[in-house]
Write a protein that binds this ligand. Structure first.
Ligand code: ADP
Length: 316
């Protein structure tokens, strides 16, 4: 099958522990935690026992090692993560507002996360990749864009598959060129994992049913719509759909839920599970992750997710 590969930003995250209106009120901050949406996704793939590898870059510093050590422990192949000695590892600060929304301050553009390119190591990995996963957020990083373009072409030409999580954070501005790339990526996706309004944005039309229909016309084969504590819905082009109720948990830190959900869904499907079974593990992975502070600290192994599923109620 070849490994699942994710290309994109690797960051450390510093998290506000109290809810406040500004970072100065949202003290104290805790971290550094291993992070970056693509890294969270691939961590969950590795923890579930899927073959997984990451393409990205960190600096030659402790923040970088927080990530590479963590991903290696999760079973992720880190041979195509480059260590950039002249740049620091990227970082993100997150704080939560009283209305439940989040704000991020990103330090990516001048970090190692924005410095990696196509290399011998990346080429060797992409040549044996069975599935590529791309996060829309990676498209805002010019170096990642070039690697993604090439990797998508190679993997798809070899009969490999592609999944896309739009992951369009408001802080990551997309210019016209990036919007075009995003639309192209969506059209090439076998599996699309949008959350909330990203569905309509990816389809370019309004209304859930209209967007789903449009995306299937564009060539997408499977869509799983994430609805936070409202659960998730699987759609197939023949008209089949499966609603997956969310597990009932106490939310501590919502960051990373969608990435863990996606990593678990994809890995379970690649391991041969049905959409229904994969949805159960994915819903468990997303829900379990929000119960722990830190963006990927709650990503679960197969055993941990089985135990979580057996002991946790689902919403009616
Ligand atoms: P994203 O982080 O991409 O916006 P969501 O917040 O929709 O994604 O989370 C992905 C999935 O994780 C949801 O579909 C749900 O199954 C699970 N999940 C997220 N938040 C919660 C929560 N508070 N309670 C239970 N499950 C949750």
């Amino acid at each position: 099958l070849g490994p699942t590969v994710c290309v994109g930003e690797i960051l450390v995250e510093i998290v506000a522990t109290t809810v406040g209106n500004g970072f100065l009120e949202a003290q104290p901050l805790v971290g550094p935690f291993a992070s970056g949406a693509p890294a969270i996704f691939i961590s969950q793939c590795g923890r579930l026992g899927g073959q997984a590898a990451m393409v990205g870059a960190v600096g030659d510093d402790d923040f970088g090692r927080v990530n590479t050590d963590r991903l290696a422990r999760d079973g992720v192949d880190i041979s195509a993560i480059s260590i950039e000695p002249d740049y620091p590892t990227g970082s993100a600060f997150v704080r939560y507002r009283k209305d439940g929304s989040r704000d991020f301050v990103y330090n990516i553009a001048t970090s190692a996360a924005a410095r990696f390119g196509w290399s011998r190591g990346v080429a060797d990995l992409i040549d044996r990749t069975g599935h590529l996963h791309v996060m829309g957020s990676a498209l805002s990083v010019p170096s990642a864009r070039a690697v993604i373009d090439k990797a998508v072409d190679i993997v798809k030409a070899r009969g490999g598959t592609l999944s896309v999580d739009p992951n369009l954070r408001k802080e990551l501005k997309l210019d016209e060129d990036t919007e075009r790339r995003f639309a192209k990526l969506v059209a090439a996706a076998d599996l699309l994992l949008p959350s909330g309004e990203e569905l309509e944005r990816a389809a370019g039309v309004e209304g859930e049913a209209e967007a789903i229909q449009r995306l299937f016309e564009m060539g997408v084969k499977e869509i799983v719509l994430k609805r936070g504590a409202g659960g998730a819905t699987y759609f197939e082009s023949g008209g089949d759909r499966i609603d997956a109720p969310a597990f009932v948990v106490q939310e501590v830190d919502p960051t990373g839920a969608g990435d863990c959900f996606g990593g678990a869904y994809l890995t379970c499907r690649r391991l041969g599970m049905s959409p229904q079974q994969a949805l159960t593990y994915a819903s468990a992975a997303g829900a379990r992750n929000v119960t722990v502070l830190g963006p990927m600290e709650g990503a679960g192994t197969r055993g941990e997710l089985d135990a979580f599923i057996a002991s946790t109620e689902r919403r009616p």
